[in-house]
Design a protein around this ligand. Sequence first.
Ligand code: TRP
Length: 454
Amino acid sequence: MQTRVLTGITTTGTPHLGNYVGAIRPAIEASRRHDVEGFFFMADYHALIKSEDAARIERSRLEIAATWLAAGLDPAQVTFYRQSDIPEIPELTWFLTCVASKGMLNRAHAYKAAVDRNVETGEDADAGINAGLYMYPVLMAADILAFDAHQVPVGRDQIQHIEMARDLGQRFNHIHGRDFFVLPEALIEEQVATLPGLDGRKMSKSYDNTIPLFAGGSKALREAIMRIVTDSRLPGEPKDPDDCALFTIFRAFASGAETAAFRQALLDGIGWGEAKQVLFERIEAEVAPMRERYEAFMADPLAIEAILQQGARKARALATPKLAAIRDALGLRSSGAAIAGKGQVKGAPRAVKAPRFASFRDADGNFRFRLFSAEGDELLLSRSFLDPKAAGAVQRRIKALGAGAAVLQLRPLGLSLELDGEVVASTPDFRDEAARDEALVPLRQALDQLAAQD
Ligand code: TRP
């Protein structure tokens, strides 16, 4: 089974070299692995907590989408979307809010730090703190749980949030008596470099010591590099590579051989000005082709919009049926369905009509089956089986799975269902990818309905 890895990117600020080396580049590399199903989204609701400046939020969303695409994120291979395009996320946020203990939220680091600052300065404990900051961990839990992510790559400062997401997922599963949510794990990338900034401290927007990735073009990149703080050693005097921000940054972009050569040049006393020029050229070689793509995207916001809308469709194909099942479990079914289910609020809602299998013998005398939706639409056609018992066993296993556990593979124009790594049933081909992605919704719904039947 593929591991689902989900990453949220807060859309504030303009990406810098530290973001690129520490987050963007490793995440894109990981997204190319075949055993990983990547979910990347822009956490623009989270951004609202920190900024009321609409123009900045809008610009940052665009810049960050363009950055990830330019850096090589392939929207056909991953699901790339905006949080604010997925109404199921705020819906789930409320459901989780209702099982979240206030005490847990009181202990969240970011909120506690804001309270501590107030107390230190003699203010009222909650002065100037909005409830968005307080609820931040619940919104983040909804981001993760709505998509049943197994792993969430984050920095150390976010570990507590992942633990809270686990806690909320577990609590919800427990209260409602069903494994609605996969419990996520934090994935801490130990070996990923943190870059020093202009002043030698960790490169961070909050220290105002960043080197821009694309903004301002190669000129701004060069100017920033020339401002990196060095000691006062003159050309000809040996420099210590192990105590030198220039060298640490160089190493994050260079091969082993290039790094060894640069180390030697520093030991041999290369002047700081010249060393900075070498660093600039090395970074520029990696950044320039991406910058060109970045600028093309920035000049074509409609192209970005189309990619994100497509991503939102893919994401909602999972989230919509999931939230529908959760609403049912919470007693929020439409009255018609509730009457038909005669008060079976917990567990499986009994639908008036249910999806069903239909078995038949094909022209070769082999055994096959179809899966029809509750509305009678054909969803899947199985492969052929020599033995009717084998076909029946596969039907029972599909029934046992539910959409959460079923492995659905995307074909160019269709979907396939796999068991033990083997395709057992497929949809027909659709006219285009969008139609295929839309077909995921009823298919997952039907699988969940099947699993919920007794
Ligand atoms: N809080 C994360 C950060 O500041 C951003 C984020 C929001 C996120 N929702 C998420 C990260 C879900 C991972 C999963 O970096």
